[in-house]
Design a protein around this ligand. Structure first.
Ligand SMILES: CC(C)(COP(=O)(O)OP(=O)(O)OC[C@H]1O[C@@H](n2cnc3c(N)ncnc32)[C@H](O)[C@@H]1OP(=O)(O)O)[C@@H](O)C(=O)NCCC(=O)NCCS
Length: 140
């Protein structure tokens, strides 16, 4: 039986296919290139060569990090792949820090996926300290 193999290569076609498999909107070719090549960190999961999942980090590499595109193909969900990829992303953030420093790691949970992230240490907003996370979809 094939094992899950983790790496850091993802073609634009694979990225497009993963987004489509989980029902996310299609991006333009130019946006796909920007997302894949201008991030801080990218991890992929492969099963028998087929791309089973990905996630990535964008940010300044010093304090602010945004976890984006946590995607596990529906055929491979529930096998610990998402957890392993997010854990690797958090290890990357930790490796960016020096002793005594901390980083702000942010993400926007898809509906009903909050418990997955809470298990990994994220807390829901708003809470006693922070207001709600906010977002905007800008269109041109
Ligand atoms: C959310 C997603 C990334 C989870 O990936 P996954 O590989 O299926 O999850 P894992 O197998 O690594 O699960 C890790 C843990 O989270 C739990 N979990 C996963 N999805 C969950 C959910 N929706 N609700 C509650 N718990 C969940 C698992 O039961 C497991 O718990 P355990 O560690 O106690 O055994 C995946 O379902 C996915 O890609 N969904 C579609 C795209 C999407 O919505 N992504 C999130 C964008 S914010």
């Amino acid at each position: 039986m094939d094992e899950i193999v983790y790496g850091d290569r993802l073609s634009s076609g694979e990225y497009r296919a993963l987004r489509e498999a989980v029902g996310w909107k299609a991006l333009s070719e130019r946006q796909i290139d920007g997302t894949l090549y201008k991030g801080l960190f990218l991890i992929t999961a492969r099963y028998g060569g087929r791309c089973a999942g990905m996630t990535r980090l964008v940010g300044d590499g010093a304090y602010f990090f945004l976890l984006a595109d946590v995607i596990v193909h529906p055929d491979y969900q529930g096998r610990g792949i998402g957890k392993r990829m997010v854990t690797s992303a958090l290890e990357f953030v930790r490796a960016c820090l020096r002793d005594g420093e901390s980083a702000s790691v942010n993400m926007m949970a898809a509906k009903s996926k909050e418990p997955f992230y809470e298990k990994l240490g994220f807390t829901k907003r708003p809470d006693d300290t922070f207001g709600a996370g906010m977002s905007m979809l800008l269109k041109k």
